[in-house]
Design a protein around this ligand. Structure first.
Ligand SMILES: NC(=O)C[C@H](N)C(=O)O
Length: 323
């Protein structure tokens, strides 16, 4: 018998559509708490409602509270796996934070829904049952935190929400899913590679995320620095290049001790120190910008928030991001 703990945090999976007004919002109780009739005899499910929040309302302190809750539950009671139901808008950030924070080898699976529980074609119950199936699967151990949606299994590091409304929204543009679920089975076709985790006690650092655009100057970087940020992530152009007008602000930010982490706004590939023109990747690297290997902007921001709880020394931060 496998025992799975389901922890609800809110999101569309826990919402209902008001058939008169068409609006969707959280209700008095979670619509998917009674699912035992859908489970196989070899699985037992316990569930707890930790939050009842639309995920745009989820903050880093909620992510830390969820991580600590999972850690404590696993420490005091035997569970074969954990499932977290979550809104999809910030699901990828919470899943990646849990991946960085938790030390467990047990499966931790995050899932959600694109349609509320009483809408035609609702995907919530199906995704929840798939997530429970993966959490009960021995092969899901030692793979870090996974996201299960729409019959696909993704790593929390690579998955991102790609569509505002399609049930196939969660994709891993860099490397694809690492497995699939079917009506009765779970298949992993890839193995996870490296996995680093940081057992932090608090999550207090302010890290801003800036997306670069043609003609960008340094003003937004200066404003972010003066806003009291402890670090900055920039989604750069192409292979990791920025308009030259941003370079003085980046140089001053680094000189003032704020780490600047660079990712690309492209969906695939990694940032590289190829171009030596002003604002090119090589120029930025020489200024002390930290290159993040393959993370999206939101993921690099979560990682820098976690890393800054342990150090703000660029020499220690750089290897945490790949190179
Ligand atoms: N599908 C969803 O869950 C979207 C919703 N706005 C949320 O993130 O809470």
């Amino acid at each position: 018998m496998k025992t799975i703990l389901v922890i609800h945090t809110g999101g569309t999976i826990s919402m209902k559509e008001n058939k008169e007004t068409g609006e969707v919002n959280t209700g008095e109780q979670h619509p998917l708490q009674e699912i035992t009739s859908f489970l196989s005899g070899s699985t037992e499910v316990e569930d707890e409602i930790l939050f009842y929040l639309p995920s745009p309302h989820i903050r880093p302190d909620h992510m830390l509270e969820l991580g600590q809750f999972i850690h404590e539950k696993l420490a005091v009671q035997h569970y074969d796996g954990i499932v977290v139901t979550h809104g999809t808008d910030t699901l990828e950030e919470t899943a990646y934070f849990l991946d960085l924070f938790l030390q467990t080898r047990k499966p931790v699976i995050v899932t959600g829904a694109m349609r509320s529980s009483n809408e035609i074609g609702s995907d919530g119950l199906y995704n929840l049952l798939s997530a429970i199936k993966v959490a009960s699967c021995d092969e899901a151990q030692d793979k870090g935190v996974l996201v299960v949606m729409n019959d696909e299994i993704h790593t929390s590091r690579n998955v991102t929400k790609t569509s505002t409304s399609n049930v196939a929204t969660f994709q891993s543009p860099q490397y694809g899913p690492i497995g699939i679920t079917t009506k009765n089975d779970v298949f992993f076709h890839h193995k996870s590679t490296s996995h680093d985790s940081y057992p932090i006690q608090q999550l207090t650092k302010k890290v801003v995320l800036i997306k670069a655009y043609a003609g960008m100057d340094g003003s937004i970087i200066e404003a972010a620095r003066e806003s009291g940020a402890n670090g900055m992530v920039i989604e750069a152009l192409g292979q990791g290049n920025l308009p030259p007008e941003t370079v003085p602000a980046i140089k001053e930010t680094i000189q003032k001790g704020l780490p600047v982490v660079l990712v690309s706004r492209c969906y695939q590939g990694i940032v590289q120190d190829t171009y030596s023109y002003e604002g090119g990747g090589r120029n930025l690297r020489e200024l002390g910008v930290i290159f993040a290997n393959g993370l999206t902007g939101p993921k690099a921001r979560i990682k820098l928030m976690v890393a800054l709880e342990m150090t703000n020394n660029p020499l220690e931060l750089t290897p945490m991001f790949g190179y």
